[in-house]
Every structure is written in structure tokens, then in C-alpha cells.
Design a protein. Sequence first.
Length: 277
Amino acid sequence: MGKPSTTIPKKPLRLGSVVFSTSREVSRNIKIYSRLFRCRKDGFDYMGQIKIDLQSFIVKVEVFNKNYFNYFNVSLSNVTLALEKILFTKLLLEKSLPETLKEIAFSFLNNKEIERKQSPTPDLIKDHKVNLKEIFDKLNAEYFKSEIKANIKWGKKVHKKNLTSFRFGSYDPEKQLIRIHPRLQQDFVPISVVELTVYHEMCHQWVPMKRERGMWIAHHPQFKEKEREYLFYDEARSWEKENWKKLMRPIRKKNIPDKLRASIEQNEILEITTLTG
């Protein structure tokens, strides 16, 4: 890994008050560490998140509201680098920080080589060979301490002439079953989109529905916070928003496995509902 090309400006940036969210217990076997933080600047609060891949030593820092960067006359990468320095310094003050995280923090603060995560071009699904069980087990170990108990499979086809909605996946809490729509097997779909769909449905078990003001809410703030821990969340969501129309189109034979091809030839249209549920 090469050294980052950006450097922190000689004159310190006034980033505002930077505060971490409440610390949670960290498993010794954790592979992805993520933490929300808040930047308070000129009376406004800007939420952000740091993600650290403890295996590949990749660091990603983001501020959700991009208006925060309008305060500065330097590049976004320089502001992000300055934020990283503050965040790593604050992390080292926490006594419960795992040794691996301490090593990464020290490496960064001592200007050693650490790879910074830019928005990559996600890997595409190759040869339609997507093993949902492998994806589930990988995510379960990295984000849920292997405590999610559920089965996972591709969804079934239904007989409908027209598509009126679009749903990537679903979770049945009674059966503890996750279903993923087979359209995500098409060769133009990034693997990160499949992973986020599986991860989203796993979050439904990890952070159950809450009852507020007489209503059951599935995607409450705690759920959304957990969902954003997925390392390629932003990349996958951006792809979904830009390509949902493409997924609504009739499936081309070359984009699907043989098992699905037969159903298409019999005019069996697959049902989809927008984004993950």
C-alpha cells in the first residue's frame, strides 16, 4: 500500500467540536470497527462515521451532510485527513480500545502507511455464482458476532404480467428466514448490493421493530445506525438509486442462470419491490 497523496495543511483547520457517540463493547474477533461522531461547527451539528477494516487496514471517514465541507478553503480529502487525526487521537484515549485498533491509530498518527478508502467500483457478480450462505456467514462474523440465527435463500418467482413495485429482500421473523430477490443475480449487479441487501435483512433481527406512539417502526434510528456500519453502504445505496430502472426491465437471457431462464421463456414475471424492506 502506498502512502496517501494528501497532506494536512500547515495551518490547523478549525473543524469544530468533534465528539464520538457512546462507546460499545468491542468483540476481540471484530473485523470491521465503526463509530458515529458529531462535528459541531458554528452552532450546527454534522453527523459522521469512521469505519476501520482491521484486516486490510483500510480507513474510511465520512460526514453525512456535505455542507460541512463548505466551511473550508481546502480540498475535501484534506479536511477528511484532519478529521482522521482528531478521531484517532480521541480513540487512543479510550481504555477499552482493542490492541489492533491501537496499532492502527498509532500508525496513522506516526505517518505510517495506511490505506484510505475511496469510493471504489464495486466488484460485479461473475458467472451468476452468488452463494448467499457464504455472504450471510461472512457478514454474521464481521458485524454480528455470529449471533444472527436465520436461514437464507433466493426468493420464488410469481406469475405477474407487470411489475408495480421493487423489493430486494425480506425477513420473516417467525420463520427466521431471509429471502433475496433472484434479479440480484444478474451480471451487472455489484456484489456489494447483494451484501447490503443481506445485511439489511440481518439487521431486522439484530435491531427489532419498536413501538412508538402506537405504531410499529422497523427502520428506527438504532436500525439505521447499525445499517450504516456496512463498509460499502454508500457505494451500494448510490448504485441502487442510479440503477433501479435497469432492474425493472425485462430480464435478458444472458443475464440470468439457466434455472431462471426457463421461467422467463414461460412468461413468468418476477415480482420486485423497491429497495430493501
